[in-house]
Design a protein around this ligand. Sequence first.
Ligand code: FE2
Ligand code: FE2
Length: 392
Amino acid sequence: MASRMALRPHGVTPPLAAGRGGRRNGSVRVLAVASSASAKIESKKTFAPPKEVHVQVTHSMPPQKMEIFQSLDGWARDNLLLHLKPVEKCWQPQDFLPDPASDGFHDEVKELRERAKEIPDDYLVCLVGDMITEEALPTYQTMLNTLDGVRDETGASPTAWAVWTRAWTAEENRHGDLLNKYLYLTGRVDMRQIEKTIQYLIGSGMDPRTENNPYLGFIYTSFQERATFISHGNTARHAKDFGDLKLAQICGIIASDEKRHETAYTKIVEKLFEIDPDGTVLALADMMRKKIAMPAHLMFDGQDEKLFDHFSMVAQRLGVYTARDYADILEFLVGRWKVPELTGLSGEGHKAQDYLCTLAGRIRKLDERAQSRAKQAGKMPFSWVYGREVQM
Ligand SMILES: [Fe+2]
Ligand SMILES: [Fe+2]
């Protein structure tokens, strides 16, 4: 039977930026690293905004559990890789964009720009934020390759886990490409500011708090694929409302990829629940207690220190991605993994189960309060739309 050990840190290193609060495991070690960290902090400032990240917990999965993932390689080959699409059967960004080699290119661009004229700034801000999130893909491939037992050890490793990660990345790469080219052609957004935001974001990385632990990592990716499926689905729906059916198609086709990826990642976690219910329920509770950070939470455009918060407020107000969606995703995953029906759990496992089964309701209550706050929020200028003010 799995124990709480699954979540106990084996190594704790201090955050890159001077952290406030956080765990103080092995304070001597923290102090020793702190003096040599000043140079690191200086170099971080040059390339990324001085955002704080949590105390970095590493390798929280006990080494003996690594064998679970090694022994699941055959399972992953048979059950995971089938959720990838062969390249020859995949859509490509060019399928949804004006063909620069065709005589009709200029007319098609003109039509695209006519349609895009109807798109309001607040919707553009959401679409740009989604595109920037997709464009920080190097960070997400890195994140997957931090996970013990499943990482791509060489860059061309033949394990099913590594094959999945590379092919998943290759599929995802089309999302940012398509949105980027579409937004460029609309002429409605400040591409230079957007490109700077992408550069800052990739330079900043992300802090998903998955601790090199594939239990935590695959719970995180399950959650995120569903979150992006929902948000791209909502931007598709809104584009239809503005009469831009091509844009609706673009957002919809990306959402369908996210759905396929969600199916794959939730299948991995389903398998972990089957093999190790106690360890997996503890991992899910741990991720939810820490809260699932959005992948682009460290975004910065060189101007707005709270850019991600402001983007999130617009997305919340427009209903592109809301606290209610967060609660719905949790509830969906708890049902998908049959958390309420788990039996034979340890005392801690039971507590985690209870916590998870009532959490969505509590988040919805918080959401009601957030909604009332959102009504009082003012306007903010966004550099992505040439500093025009957008309602929060
Ligand atoms: Fe994506
Ligand atoms: Fe995705």
